[in-house]
Design a protein around this ligand. Structure first.
Ligand SMILES: *Cc1c(COP(=O)(O)O)cnc(C)c1O
Length: 366
């Protein structure tokens, strides 16, 4: 049996490097609640993103949920969002007492279709929440213009997009709130974890209370909230991984380039074209099988026979999930649906060798 090639594999620092970083915890016995590693990690991220209002969380989903809460959007407000994303995006809207209004994606890069957003705006609309899917950037300038014109907040689920830049600027500069997931399977991770970057100081000031049950000082609780704190072991992993992030991205690029070399210009196989001015992080390798000699299912099965694990990511689309079915009218989202029916995320991680990519592509092309 071949050694399995999974769709992803977590990047890790050396054992010694991590142990060295967590040694301090045996001295100070401060394991969570903004310890010294948490503070160090936060500072590093402020430097890296160039934004002062960076906050850390226990995971990406609570980062979205609590982060949106901190924006204090009026309950019952409508949030225009994408059907082609992780269910976490939509859950975070609904669990904040807001209403998701789905807007289809575009056929070029699978992010929200900015030409359709305005037709969904009503007097109840309070925000646009889009996903930088696969680390591909939404049309941030167009979204910004629409939001300004209609006085809406802009929230980006950038779970896939840590480190992505547009014209040299970190993408956390776009939107009122940007969330990066630091889950073990993501391009940059802290084992479990999440980050939000806020544009304004107000929600940032609020968040410290909201991640800690809504405490307002040591003796009173002012808000009904949750526990969403990142712990020191996670912060230590973040500090170590951040140090190697650029090297890891460079390694991912080698795998990516090989995929592109072997799979572009094949009839029936579609890759997402690079966007002008955007520095990628190579978080995922989504490939769309549309009119190819094998169906998407056949490709997945062929790979699996060789112990290669690809994933239908994302499938199905959010409005088709059991928890959201039939709740948001009978609108159709043909582009999202087609993407979900044709996509396969191929293995992609820093330690994936170019030889393995070649092997994977040969199975696909065979
Ligand atoms: C992974 C992911 C999340 C949730 O992040 P966790 O850290 O796993 O909680 C949210 N949105 C998207 C698009 C994701 O891929």
């Amino acid at each position: 049996m071949n050694k399995p090639i999974y769709v992803t594999k977590s990047s890790m620092p050396s054992f010694e490097e991590y142990c060295e970083k967590i040694k301090v915890l045996w001295e100070n016995r401060w394991l969570s609640n903004r310890g010294c590693l948490h503070k160090e990690f936060e500072t590093l991220l402020q430097e890296r993103t160039g934004c002062p209002y960076v906050f850390l969380y226990a995971n990406g989903h609570v980062a979205l949920e609590v982060g949106i809460d901190a924006l204090r959007l009026p309950k019952g407000g409508e949030v225009i969002t994408t059907p082609y994303t992780h269910c976490s995006t939509t859950h975070s809207i609904v669990r904040n007492g807001l209403v998701p209004v789905f807007c289809d994606i575009n056929t070029d890069d699978y992010t929200i279709d900015v030409n359709q957003i305005e037709k969904y705006i009503t007097p109840k609309t309070v925000a646009i929440m889009a996903t930088h899917v696969y680390g591909v950037l939404c049309d941030v300038d167009a979204i910004d213009q629409i939001a300004k014109k209609h006085n809406l907040k802009v929230i980006y689920d950038a779970a896939h997009a840590f480190g992505v830049k547009k014209n040299g600027v970190d993408i956390s500069a776009y939107g009122d709130m940007v969330m990066f997931s630091c889950h073990a399977t993501k391009v940059f991770h802290t084992i479990e974890g999440g980050i939000t970057v806020f544009k304004d100081k107000e929600p940032y000031d609020m968040i410290n209370n909201l991640v800690n049950f809504g405490f307002d000082g040591p003796e009173d609780v002012k808000w009904i909230s949750t526990n969403a704190r990142m712990n020191e072991y996670e912060a230590a992993m973040g500090i170590c991984n951040l140090k190697h992030f650029d090297e890891e991205i460079a390694k991912r690029k080698l795998a990516y380039d090989k995929y592109v070399e072997m799979l572009s210009n094949v009839p029936g196989i579609k890759l997402i074209a690079p966007q002008e001015g955007v520095t990628l992080n190579y978080a995922y390798m989504p490939v769309f099988f549309d009119g190819y000699k094998y169906t998407r299912q056949e490709v997945q099965d062929r790979l699996q026979e060789h112990n290669v694990w690809a994933r239908k990511y994302f499938y199905p689309i959010i409005p088709d999930l059991a928890c959201y079915q039939d709740q948001y009218g009978d609108l159709e989202f043909p582009v999202s649906k087609h993407a979900a029916e044709t996509v396969l995320a191929l293995p992609m991680y820093a330690d994936l060798s170019v030889e393995d990519v070649e092997k994977i592509c040969k199975i696909i092309l065979g």
